[in-house]
Ligand binder design. Structure first.
Ligand SMILES: [Zn+2]
Length: 205
């Protein structure tokens, strides 16, 4: 994608000049404009940066800077719209936090009410710490039957590796109580109910 970005300058304040008369036309009533640089993406201000600069301008066209304009620049506040990037970050972080807490909440719900097709990511501490997947094949009465996947993973993953699959001949049956115990022991890292071809959880051989 073609992205336009760079630095621009925005006038953040416009006020009367509080100093002396214009040295050119001797009249009072000049105006001070304060500017601040900002980084933009597609001309949308993302982040203000650098010093604020102020310049006095007389109606005769003469303009200048002095201690008075410097002081006016110091006092000018940078408007919040020049910091939109921080809002974008804040919203992104909040959304991520929400999505993580939603996943945890769903996992708890899915363990309590198992459904055929649910995929469990399990963390095992036996024979070295590793992760594997279980796919719920049947929930009947007090027991649940799972298929085990083929590969082991040495880190948290949310989809199958290309050549991984659930082994149709490797079924495990356990009581719902044992499943709940696994969850309470922290072995169930995540339960996924809504997934598609991308995750590969439909591959059963
Ligand atoms: Zn003037």
């Amino acid at each position: 994608m073609f992205i336009i970005y760079g630095n621009r300058s925005a006038r953040i304040k416009r006020e009367n000049y509080n100093g002396a008369a214009c040295s050119n036309c001797k009249s009072f009533g000049a105006e001070v404009s304060t500017y601040r640089k900002y980084f933009h993406v597609f001309y949308a201000p993302m982040l203000a940066w650098g010093r604020k600069t102020a310049v006095a301008q007389c109606v005769c066209g003469h303009h200048w800077t002095d201690e008075v304009t410097a002081e006016q620049a110091r006092q000018a506040k940078t408007p919040v719209y020049l910091y939109s990037l921080l809002f974008v970050f804040a919203i992104g972080i909040a959304a991520l936090g929400y999505s993580i807490s939603k996943d945890k909440e769903n996992t708890k719900l899915y363990v309590a009410a198992p459904q055929e097709g649910d995929v469990y990511l399990i963390k095992s501490e036996s024979m070295g710490s590793h992760y594997y997947f279980l796919r719920l094949e049947k929930a009947a009465g007090d027991s649940v039957t799972f298929l085990h996947n083929e590969l082991r993973y040495n880190r948290y993953v949310s989809k199958f590796a290309k050549d991984d699959y659930f082994d149709g001949n490797d079924a495990w049956t356990m009581s719902k109580q044992d499943l709940l115990q696994m969850y309470n022991d922290g072995e169930v890292k995540e339960v996924m109910r809504y997934y598609d071809d991308y995750e590969g959880f439909g591959r059963i051989h």
